[in-house]
Each structure stands twice: as C-alpha cells, then as structure tokens.
Design a protein around this ligand. Sequence first.
Ligand code: ZN
Length: 503
Amino acid sequence: MSDHSPYANLVRASQEIAVLGSCASLLGWDEQTYMPRGGAEHRSAQMSLLAGMVHEKATDPRIGDWLSQAESQPIATKPDSVEAVNVREWRRSYDRSTKLPRRLVEELAKATSLGQQTWVEARQAQKYAQFQPAFETILHLKREEAACLGTGSGDYDALLDDYEPGVKAADLAPLFETLRQGLVPLIVAIADAPRKPDATVLERDYPVDRQQIFGELMAANFGFDFERGRLDVTAHPFCTDIGPGDCRITTRYNPKDFSDAFFGILHETGHALYEQGLNPAHHGTPMGQSVSLGVHESQSRLWENAVGRSRPFWKYAFPQAKRVFRDALHEVELDRFLFAINEVRPSLIRVQADEVTYSLHIIIRFELERALLAGDLAPGDLPGAWTEKYQSYLNVTPANDAEGCLQDIHWSAGLFGYFPTYTLGNVFAAQLFDKASRDLGDLPDQLERGEFSGLLGWLRKNIHQHGKRWWSDELITRAAGTRPDPQPFLNSLRTKFGELYGV
Ligand code: ZN
C-alpha cells in the first residue's frame, strides 16, 4: 500500500517536478551542443511548455495544504533531519513561486527573452543605448519582483536569496571591502614586479584531439565518472546535471590556446564532482540537491585553481603534458609553464580575468546592480559609472560598451544578485582547501603523486553529501571550522603570487 501522508505526497510531487525539470535540462544541453540551428523555434516551444508544466506543479495549491499539515507533525521538528530539511526547502520555494503574480512571471519571461536578443545585437553594435530601453523594462520588473518577495523594490537581498539562501548584502559589503583592500596593493605590487611570465608558450600548437584526451584524462583522475557523465563541445561552457548517473560537462577548444579548454574542463569537472557526489537516494528532493551557487562555484574554483594551477599538481601532470604536446612544450621547463598559467594582468573582460583580479570585476557589478535596484543609479548613467569603477579599481578603460557594461549576459537575463556568488565561491574554496590540507596532512604530496581521492573524499564527506541540509554560511562554518572569511583566500593569493612574481 502506498504512503499517502502529506510528507510522502510532497516527496512524490518534488520528484515529479525534478524529472520534468531534468527533461528541460537535457533539451537545454542539446540546444547548446548538437541541435541544428533550424531546431530553435520548436525547441523554444518545447522549453516553454515544460516550464509551464513545472510552474503549474510547483504552485499547485495542494502543495500548500500538504506543507501546512507536514509542518505541524513531529516528523519535521528536528531541524537537521532529512524530513525537516526537505519541508523547510519546499516551503521556501513554494512561497517564492506563489508570491509572484502570474502576470509578473510572464512579463519577466518575455522581457528577458527579448532582452537577451537585444543584448546580443547591442553588444555587436557596441552601443549600450540600443539595449537601454529593454534594460529599463527588465530593471522595472525586477524591482517589482523584489517588492513581491521582500521588503520593497530596492530589496537586493530578496533577489540574492534565490541564488545564495540566507546571505545578505550587508554581509557581502564588508567582506568585499576587505577583499578589495587586500587585492589592490597585491595587484599594484605584481604590476611593478621585475619578473614577468611568458604566456606565449600557451599560444603554440595544441592539437584539439590531444587537448581533448589530456583534458578527459585529468577530469577522470580528479574523479569525474565517465560512466555517469560526458564531455562535449559548446560555445559557452557549462555543467548540467540530468539526473543520478548522468552529469554533463562541456568545453570549447582553440588549437592555438592551451588554457581556455583545459582550465575550463577542470572548472566544470569541479561542478560535476559536486553533482556526482550528491546522495542519489535523495534525488528529486532538496536533500539531494546542491545548496547554492556560491558553494557550487567553490567546488569548481577549488579544482580549477587551488589544485589545477598549483605547483604540486603540475609536478605530476607536466611530464605527461610534455609527452602529449611534444611540439609545443619540448623545451619548456616546469617553472616557466607554471608562471605562464598564473599570469596576472588587470583586464576589461571578467571571464578572461586571472585569479587575483577576478574578484574586482565582481565587486564592481555588485556595487552597480545594488545602486540600480535601489534607484540610486539611473540606467542611462550605467556606462559612465562602469568606466569610472574600472578606472578606479583596475586602472583600465573600456574602449566601447561591448568591452564595458555590455559584456555579461546576466542582467539581460534578469539575473540580479547572481554575480556575488562567483566571489563567494573563491572565498569558500580557499577556506575549504585550507581545512582539507590540515585534515589530510600531506595534501601537496598526494597531489604530486596524482592522488586526488583523499581531497575528493574530504569534499564528499564535508560538502557534497549534505545537499541542502545547511545553507552556505553554516555549511562552510561546519566544514572549514570558521565562518565565511576572505582572509584565507587573500593569504593563498599573497603566498602563491608572492613566490611567482617575487613580491
Ligand atoms: Zn562555475
């Protein structure tokens, strides 16, 4: 006899929504990889039908009834228990989706779909003015969304909460300020350093088939399970989880560039290891889902940077790289290669930024989107404000809007409050890597021997298996032993780049 308790009903509803959502994920993966251009129109019909079905299921009034009943039962009173966590998270998403009027959801879907098209054209034309009317509409609707979900139209926290539950702008502002004050002098010191890397070694001939083999090999060494995942080619790399046993990562190859594909693969592998490390018994419920974008990004950054750009890792991997890329690397020494993959250069484009300058790109966006939402910055003044901040934080000036405020797709897609999670990821990653190093004792030696299972096991135990049990603040505090704190990240940068650049 099947269980018809409110909790069991909620589990079934949640699993159905997850299955429907995973169909959309698979279609989305296909759209970005193999779909012929001619399929676009029908694909958008498939996607919007699925999105409507998911929304209908997620806002079914019976879910509200089952939630009220489940909340009054003792099963949900022990806060860390599987049941209590699931009920808490279902309540959260049910309230979020039912607080938004259907008209607003539809208007936002339309405005962001149009906004992204307009953004593509405006970026090509390098003219923000072309995008501004669409952007004003999106901003207006996002302010309305913030008012529905939070305390008012300027409530940044209400939007941030969708990506990083529990974190507030008031927590981020001082954390980012500490980062900025630590990063700026380091960047200045690096710029004045007598030693400079020779990044041209990364721009030699790197045949695409060999890049693929080398990338797959290292992803597999880290622990990516190719029985339960794939690596394919796309224009804008991503990782998508289809379900237990099926996690897909993507990259793009350039035969004259080693870094783009390789570090992209390591980055997406980090995301995938998190998805592959979730408990399959909880699939389709919050206990079987990743907790936040910041924690997700901590996993990708940890494998990409803390491991993938470290000396111990390359002591292991460089001899192999030399054999695979004989023509490009035959006379290159480890030190020269290591310096090249860790070049620091203040730049205009966020996605090409190095480990040291990256966070400043995020801080700029955080400050600007907060001001836009609060009404302190008029959309017409965005390009000027953008340029001013790039000059003051990074000492660079965009030549046009495409290099400036039109470079990211996020705002055109209505993603406000999303950017800070990238930097939180770097901050969390450093805290976790520090603690894992202390707990494991000989982590650098393990990496040098090409042994990654100790580190992966530590992450599985302390992060992956917990799903949404604790939000990022508590999860990181429990795993790292300290609250979210930018110092370990700053320390790791000072140590690593101090050695490389001799500053
Ligand atoms: Zn990422």
